[in-house]
Design a protein around this ligand. Structure first.
Ligand code: ATP
Length: 351
């Protein structure tokens, strides 16, 4: 199975080719970089409009060059209409991120995916972006049924599989984790994205008191962000604020991850999302897992932040399960929650 994946929920205009036989993933990404401030939805969608055709073009060219001309066996339940062109196409299906994300960006990606599916005469697969952040870690770790911490820009979720769905065990009560950090760095005058700059500055910092808010399995970042801005305005060295932000925010995420492992009885944790680049977060999670005898896995960097590789990999699993979309049902959904997705691709024994 060879799948063309397209991602474009916020900043990454990305296309990928996943070959399930060789496990090869080729990713082409063109990142939107705001001139000032954070991600502006209209500008980001203009970026998608310009960049998606280019990244898709490059990946399709690669797909054509590496295609041996044969068609793989279509899964039984893929409808005949959409699979009629299997013989000639260099990919078996087009998978795209349906949401969650910025509406104007998603609409560009949805339109591109529909057009490609029709032009190549291959089925369309609609992928939930958050489930893709999770499944890529399951795929690269080989873990069976892990708890997943999605630490991305606009989201922060703890997920675990039960009875045919990924259940949200805990989540942020306000902003996503990366966006919270980015709001602080905008206040300080640093350019987007702020996460890597906070990580760098934190290396020279010492702890100052900041709020720490965990309620059961949920957590909140808005109070800590307001307090961090206040401390900075009061003249506390920015390195100290950055250090303390990381200790508290990542401490909160580690605490709830441990609670989720304990609740589910799972001994596997995977990390997903762009904040997963942060070495201190990975260190805290790895230490917690080691202390309770659990295994921890963070995918390689190219699979952490938004990327079409994760869309293509999950797209392949869905395609193999016959989980394709009719054109008329392929609307995008900016608020698409992970627990809305019927998990069709896991083995019967896992349901
Ligand atoms: P979502 O996936 O929820 O739709 P998104 O597209 O904004 O959101 P990602 O691409 O997963 O998210 O992650 C981007 C975020 O990761 C940004 O907020 C950025 O600041 C943060 N980030 C990147 N590198 C680091 C780092 N080293 N430390 C902390 N945060 C980081």
């Amino acid at each position: 199975i060879r799948i063309l994946g397209i991602e474009g929920t916020a900043w990454a205009a990305s296309a990928a080719l996943f070959d399930a036989e060789t496990d090869d993933v080729v990713i082409e990404t063109d990142a939107y970089q705001p001139d000032s401030g954070g991600i502006h939805p209209r500008e980001a969608s203009e970026h998608m409009h310009d960049a998606i055709p280019e990244v898709v073009g490059r990946v399709l060219e690669h797909a054509r060059e590496t295609h041996d001309g044969s068609a793989s066996e279509p899964p039984v339940d893929v409808d005949e209409r959409s699979s009629s062109g299997q013989q000639a196409a260099p990919v078996d299906a087009v998978a795209f991120s349906r949401g969650p994300g910025l509406g104007p960006c998603l609409r560009v990606v949805g339109t591109a995916a529909r057009a490609l599916s029709q032009a190549l005469e291959v089925p369309l697969v609609g992928v939930n972006h958050m489930v893709a952040h999770l499944e890529i870690g399951r795929h690269t770790s080989g873990f069976d049924s892990p708890v997943c911490l999605n630490a991305s820009g606009a989201n922060a979720h703890l997920l675990a599989y039960r009875n045919g769905r990924y259940r949200v065990l805990g989540e942020t009560m306000d902003t996503g984790v990366g966006n919270s950090i980015d709001k602080f760095t905008r206040h300080v005058g640093w350019s987007h994205p702020g996460g890597p700059k906070v990580e760098e500055a934190a290396k020279d910092g010492e702890y100052v008191d900041l709020p720490y808010v965990v309620k059961g399995m949920d957590f909140s970042f808005s109070g800590i962000m307001s307090a961090a801005k206040q401390r900075y305005d009061d003249g506390v060295p920015v390195e100290d604020v950055c250090y303390s932000l990381q200790e508290n925010i990542f401490g909160m995420l580690t605490e709830v991850s441990e609670r989720a492992l304990s609740l589910t009885g799972s001994d596997e944790l995977v990390l997903g999302g762009g904040v997963g680049h942060n070495a201190r977060l990975r260190e805290m999670l790895a230490e917690m897992c080691a202390q309770r005898g659990a295994d921890f896995h963070a995918p390689e960097p190219r699979f952490l932040g938004d990327n079409a590789g994760m869309i293509a990999v999950l797209g392949a699993k869905m395609y193999a399960a016959g989980d394709t979309l009719a054109l008329e049902d392929s609307r995008v959904d900016p608020n698409f929650r992970p627990d809305q997705v019927p998990v069709t691709w896991r083995g019967r024994s896992e349901r």
